[in-house]
Design a binder for this molecule. Structure first.
Ligand code: SF4
Length: 120
């Protein structure tokens, strides 16, 4: 059995790891409008997904969101609603006969090691 201080060091290491990746998050930049991550607007959602696509910590962010079953927002490049990932989102109202290019959201690939978790 590990000594208590060893356990405590392990917990501190885990906290440091979590703090480390969160500190590198692209959405923590002062130039990013974080409202776009929790918006109903397709343009905002597309903007959030584009920010995530270039984020160095996409993988741990998405894994955390999947495990927490995030109820809302864009996390790790994916749109979540009620704990599930949505592939797409429609505008309010009737779907147009000819979909506008701005109606399609950017596709951010799911890291290979998270595909099984994402489809569970
Ligand atoms: S993947 Fe997106 S939501 Fe997650 S930390 Fe990066 S920018 Fe923020």
């Amino acid at each position: 059995m590990a000594a208590p201080h060893a356990v405590q060091e392990n917990i501190q290491d885990q906290l440091l790891v979590q703090t480390d990746w969160e500190a590198a998050a692209a959405c923590r930049s002062v130039t990013v409008d974080t409202d776009v991550f929790f918006s109903e607007d397709l343009g905002d959602i597309a903007q959030a997904k584009a920010i995530c696509a270039g984020c160095p910590v996409l993988s741990p962010c998405l894994e955390g969101a999947l495990r927490r079953r995030e109820p809302w927002g864009v996390w790790g490049g994916q749109l979540f609603l009620n704990g599930k990932m949505l592939a797409t989102k429609r505008r309010r109202g009737r779907p147009p006969k000819n979909p506008r290019p701005s109606d399609s959201l950017p596709v951010v690939p799911i890291p290979e090691h998270l595909i099984e978790l994402a489809s569970a």
